[in-house]
Design a protein around this ligand. Sequence first.
Ligand SMILES: C[S@@+](CC[C@H](N)C(=O)[O-])C[C@H]1O[C@@H](n2cnc3c(N)ncnc32)[C@H](O)[C@@H]1O
Length: 201
Amino acid sequence: MNQERTFPNWEQLYQEQTVESMPWFNANLDPDIEKTLTKLNLTTGNVLDIGTGPGTQAIILAERGFEVTATDLSETAIQKAAAKVQGKGLNINWQQDDILNSKLQGDFDLIIDRGCFHVLPPESREKYVDLVYDLLKPTAYLLLKCFCYLEAREGGPYKFKPEQIREIFGTKLQIVSIEETVYYGNLDPHPLALFSTMQKA
Ligand SMILES: C[S@@+](CC[C@H](N)C(=O)[O-])C[C@H]1O[C@@H](n2cnc3c(N)ncnc32)[C@H](O)[C@@H]1O
């Protein structure tokens, strides 16, 4: 679970492959995000999508009326996602940004991270939490999807137990819930995942 992982060169990957072929591609809003937005009655506001990749989640949230900032390490990912909705008048600020060396500023009502945190090096986790904390408005939420320790596939992203999420994030954010779920995308069966709802209390 804690063995060191290697990841693709993200920029090269987005240059060489179609986003639709990527394991994490999900054309629809992630059902766990959908359910949580309803539960928390979140219908408007500024959303940050960290590691937006194909941009599907950012696009759907913008179509629903959120003001969205969508970032990714890969410039090509950002360009491809932006091109997909060019001319549609959606309120999306697409930005190439390394979340671990971020230029982002602002007060977000909601931050979503569907699969970025779990590909970051373990030594950067504290920095990630500090940064996300600073970007959230008081009482705002972080919705985080990452692989679960119960996922049996070898390699891939880091996998987490609920208690690890509590330990990593609990110093700064209030853990509202951590649910066992799956990572909706192109893999069959979907990888086992954790979906965490956290609040800047
Ligand atoms: C598993 S993919 C998930 C993509 C997207 N969130 C989705 O749900 O389809 C992880 C994404 O994180 C991006 N990424 C990796 N390291 C990053 C970093 N340091 N800062 C920002 N994005 C990063 C990758 O380029 C990739 O698009």
